[in-house]
Design a protein around this ligand. Structure first.
Ligand SMILES: Cc1cc2nc3c(=O)[nH]c(=O)nc-3n(C[C@H](O)[C@H](O)[C@H](O)COP(=O)(O)OP(=O)(O)OC[C@H]3O[C@@H](n4cnc5c(N)ncnc54)[C@H](O)[C@@H]3O)c2cc1C
Length: 453
């Protein structure tokens, strides 16, 4: 039974309304952020609270791309250790966020479970618990009986799980927009329907940003453009190795409470929603549509691609030709690629949706037949070591980048926003951003993917 009170497009409503253009354009800003995803809006919120005159330009909708389409997991467990300080900080921010911004984002600290289908998985989890200990996290490995107490599923062939009670979730369709409104209340100017076409330089450094509605003078820019970052930066002569994979996601109607947090199983990823339904996805299928970027960046991505080979369904299709048709540079006086695709809205994979249905019924018999009321897809952008790329572009003083958050940028987003605001204003640097420096892929450092997409 579909709950009548919950609109069928509660998630897709984030990106399906007509795009609203700004009524007016500020002529200048202390700092301009490109991109209204979780990273952009969180940074704007922290900056505005410091009294910085910040403008955020979003070509489409706030959280209209990855940040509104993800699974909503706020997870410390299983991460690359480089991300943990920022992620732990993010988890603390999430815990107080609703109180601080005065809005509901559906946050619950209700734990995260990764099930194991082999002794090898169990060993990996035990190894990660050592990392957790270093960071004083509450992660532990549990046996199949304890798993049954935490989640009502059918667990043949499941050896146990890794479990972090302090992990949680929030509703992505609520979170980004709520933080953007908080940023506005703190003084940030948040402009939707405002694509940034490029930047202009004076004496070799950033002097203004050219939007589709005109120029905005500024000497500091943060490019948090998600899946568009590599293309935007390339037009400026800055190489950012980035590839995209497509994930298909679905939402069920309200149903029995079989798990109160998030659970990953090889066949299904499932997370309780604040509306009583579940956000579900395949546990190990991502689509990669080959594009010219695949060839351009393949040497840097080879380790990540090998690591994810079992998970990736690789094909060549229309995305190849769409990307091929985009010029490396464009005129700033004409509509740019960012206005032509206001919202990156990839198609769902029907085969994956069918497999989700089968796995849901098989692994969680109590949910057998529960209606899938909404489905969507999102393009995850990733870096060669599946860890973010953060820093100032050496080629253009004043131009900073924050991208490559891979399949786990929602949870770390507010922590990244806080660290980025500190980096941009040169204030407190409690989180060391050097592991995320952009040139690590070009200075001969070994590329080591430390977690999965
Ligand atoms: C299916 C799926 C499942 C995921 N599950 C999880 C999860 O459970 N937990 C987790 O932590 N993470 C998850 N992620 C990853 C997470 O969603 C991303 O890492 C995170 O949202 C990235 O945020 P962002 O702000 O960097 O980018 P985005 O959210 O992509 O935002 C970038 C914004 O920039 C705008 N933009 C681009 N170019 C321009 C321009 N020139 N001018 C103006 N605006 C521009 C875009 O329109 C976009 O809105 C998932 C992602 C997907 C797709």
């Amino acid at each position: 039974m579909v709950d009548e009170k919950i609109p069928n497009d509660i998630v897709a409503g984030t990106w399906s309304a007509p795009v609203r253009s700004p009524p007016s354009l500020p002529s200048k800003a202390d700092l301009l952020i490109i991109g209204g995803g979780i990273v952009g809006v969180s940074t704007a919120w922290f900056l505005a609270r410091q009294g910085i005159d910040v403008v955020l330009c979003e070509k489409g909708h706030i959280a209209g791309e990855q940040s509104g389409r993800n699974w909503g997991w706020i997870r410390q467990q299983g991460r690359d250790p480089r991300e943990l300080p920022m992620m732990i900080e993010s988890s603390h921010i999430f815990a107080k966020l609703e109180e601080q911004i005065g809005e509901d984002i559906g946050f619950r600290r209700s734990g995260c479970l990764y099930t194991a289908t082999s002794e090898k998985d169990m060993q990996r989890y035990h190894d990660w618990v050592e990392t957790a200990r270093e960071f004083e996290l509450d992660t532990r490995v549990i046996d199949a009986d304890t798993l049954s107490d935490l989640a009502e599923g059918v667990w043949p062939g499941i050896y146990g799980a890794m479990y972090t009670p302090s992990d949680g979730f929030a509703e992505p369709h609520k979170t980004g927009p709520a933080i953007a409104r908080a940023a506005q209340r703190a003084g940030a100017k948040v402009l939707t329907g405002c694509a940034v076409r490029g930047i202009e330089l004076s004496a070799g450094r950033v002097s203004s940003v050219i939007t589709e509605h005109g120029p905005i003078q500024t000497s500091l820019v943060l490019c948090a453009a998600g899946a568009w970052t590599s293309m935007f930066c390339r037009s400026l002569g800055v190489e950012v190795p980035q590839l995209k994979v497509r994930g298909t996601v679905a939402r069920t109607a309200s149903a029995a409470n079989i798990v109160s947090g998030a659970l990953w199983h090889k066949k299904i990823g499932i997370r309780r929603r604040d509306d009583g339904g579940y956000t579900v996805a395949h546990g190990s299928i991502l689509d990669h549509d080959i594009t010219p970027s695949t060839f351009r960046y393949a040497p840097k991505f080879i380790k990540a691609l090998m690591q994810e080979l079992e998970v990736l369904r690789i094909r060549i299709g229309k995305d190849f030709f769409t990307e091929l048709a985009i010029p490396r540079k464009w005129s700033l006086d004409e509509p740019s690629p960012f206005e032509k695709v206001r919202v990156l809205n990839p198609e769902t994979n029907q085969t994956v949706l069918d497999e989700i249905r089968v796995s849901l019924d098989e692994v969680f018999p109590q949910l057998k037949g529960v209606e899938i009321v909404e489905s969507w897809a999102g393009m995850v952008e990733t870096s060669p070591d599946v860890v973010p790329m953060i820093g100032e572009a050496a080629e253009i003083p004043g131009f900073h980048i924050a991208t490559g958050f891979s399949g786990h940028g929602f949870g770390i987003g507010p922590g990244a926003g806080k660290a980025l605001a500190a980096m941009l204003t040169g204030t407190d640097q409690s989180v060391d951003l050097s592991p995320f420096r952009l040139n690590r892929f070009y200075d001969g450092s070994p590329i080591r993917p430390g977690s999965s997409i």
